[in-house]
Design a protein around this ligand. Structure first.
Ligand code: ADP
Ligand code: ADP
Ligand code: MG
Length: 452
């Protein structure tokens, strides 16, 4: 049993992990940057240590500072949250070296899935369908030739990419060389790895992902799926479970869940992970990538399964077997999450850091908020603009949408711009309401709004 856990993250996810630890009677250690001295995770943790300056490399991505802090504080484990160290294999190896448990899969599994090009081949070997495409591209000329062979539109993807970065869409063969050079440059700049591959662009399609949970005893479970097709620039804005696009397609849903479990089993997965698929309206689905960590949108799964994924992660890391069978996992009702960002939708979603002058958060039955903001808190320009996640749960999708409308309209944040009104308009959209929206829905809608 861990008596103390260090949380190597900030913001809402750090607070989320602290709360799970409290529920389990585990003491918590927070780390923070000089820009985060007033942050909520620092106040809620049992101990907190400043580890460096505001820039990520100086603090939250400073391996040595975090590891030293863990050892000195007597923490037995490190929870990485999402982002930051959560998918960094060398950090996991360092944890092993210092005798610290890393709450997540092994360094080998992270390596095998972190490289999206290698992950495609692993998935194919496990019998999971992948998007038609090619292996690593060696030159702009090869990109042109492959675009010709695969057939446009195609996507060029940096193998190390994440968070929607390092992806370029190619509409015409003659644009492939330029897109390859751009994707390579972005991969190098953002992830320090410029290697890219190419995939057929599947459209119309839906983003459907399966939540996996696995223990060290080799048990692998799927905990339902989430649809995350409401995306802007490949970044998710609304997520829900179950996936509306699979409504009436329980056979496909069952096959997708099995494919996810097969892949997790094939790589010896441990802990919480997500396997992302593209679901095409013709009934086919394709492996897209695996995220070897807790996902931003995990609360929708928690609400429909009644499970606490962070507590389960900690139990698995302690070597405990997961306390259920696949048959015992029941999905109840419908959950929807809206990501609330400090940004101005009228100015191309420009981030709007600043001081929160007044704050009222919605509540009531079936309403959950995961956030680290409070009245008087100043949102720093150094970090992600997501300031809260509003999640609702109701017996049916229709009721969940209704609840989300009320919750969004009650939510007041003064002093900064947010996307709350924008989310409210999205939730009221007819295509969203009908559950027929696909990955291109938001882009289409924004284009139509611009013309008005
Ligand atoms: P999720 O997949 O958890 O729903 P998103 O894909 O929308 O979340 O983006 C958040 C995740 O993407 C983070 O957890 C992080 O792992 C990754 N990410 C986002 N931006 C970057 C970046 N600039 N560099 C590295 N990883 C990033
Ligand atoms: P990231 O690591 O940045 O999350 P993904 O590979 O998961 O990158 O892709 C991000 C998003 O881009 C997906 O959620 C999906 O909307 C879109 N996408 C990715 N691959 C394809 C594809 N082959 N065809 C159509 N859309 C795709
Ligand atoms: Mg993804």
């Amino acid at each position: 049993m861990f008596d103390k856990v260090l949380i190597a993250n900030r913001g809402e996810v750090a607070v989320r992990v602290i709360r799970a630890c409290r529920d389990m009677g585990i003491k918590t250690v927070a780390v923070y940057s000089t820009a985060d001295a007033d942050a909520l995770h620092v106040q809620l943790a049992d101990e907190a240590y400043c580890i460096g300056g505001p820039r990520l490399a100086e603090s939250y991505l400073n391996d040595d500072a975090v590891l030293t802090c863990a050892v000195k504080s007597g923490a037995k484990a490190i929870h990485p949250g999402y982002g930051f160290f959560s998918e960094k294999a060398s950090f996991v190896r360092d944890c092993d070296k210092y005798g610290l448990a890393f709450v997540g899969p092994s360094a080998e599994v992270i390596d095998s899935m972190g490289d999206k090009d290698a992950a495609r081949r692993t998935a194919a070997a496990a019998g999971v369908p992948i998007v038609p495409g090619c292996d690593l591209l060696k030159s702009p000329e090869e990109a042109t030739a492959e675009a010709e062979r695969i057939g446009c539109p195609v996507l060029i993807k940096a193998r190390a990419g994440g968070g929607g970065r390092g992806i370029r869409k190619v509409e015409r063969v003659e644009d492939a060389a330029k897109a390859f050079i751009e994707a390579r440059a972005e991969g190098e700049a953002v992830f320090g790895d410029g290697e890219c591959y190419m995939e057929k662009f599947v459209a119309p399609a839906h983003h459907v992902e399966v939540q996996i949970m696995a223990d060290k005893q080799g048990h692998v479970f799927s905990l339902g799926e989430r649809e995350c097709s409401v995306q802007r620039r490949n970044q998710k804005l609304i997520e829900e479970s179950p996936a509306p696009c699979l409504d009436g397609h329980n056979d496909i849903r069952a096959r997708m869940h099995k494919a996810a479990r097969d892949l997790a089993r094939a790589v010896g997965y441990e802990g919480a992970g997500t396997i992302e698929f593209l679901y095409s309206d013709d009934g086919n689905f394709y492996f897209m990538e695996m995220n070897t960590r807790l996902q931003v949108e995990h609360p929708v799964t928690e609400l429909v399964t009644g499970l606490d994924l962070v507590q389960l992660q900690l139990q698995v890391a302690q070597g405990e077997p997961l306390p259920f069978t696949q048959e015992e996992i029941h999905l109840n009702g419908h959950a929807i999450e809206c990501r609330i960002n400090a940004e101005n939708p009228d100015e191309d979603f420009r981030p709007c850091p600043g001081k929160i002058q007044a704050l009222h958060m919605p509540g009531g039955p079936g309403v959950r908020i995961d956030s680290a903001i409070y009245q008087g808190y100043t949102i720093s320009p150094y970090y992600d603009s997501m300031i809260a996640k509003l999640i609702v749960h109701a017996p049916t999708r229709k009721e969940a949408i209704q609840k989300m409308r009320w919750a969004l309209s009650e939510f007041i944040v003064e002093g900064i711009d947010t996307n709350i009104d924008f989310q409210l308009r999205l939730i009221k959209n007819k295509d969203f309401e009908a559950g027929t929206y696909d990955n291109a829905f938001l882009t289409r809608w924004l284009e139509a709004e611009k013309k008005k």
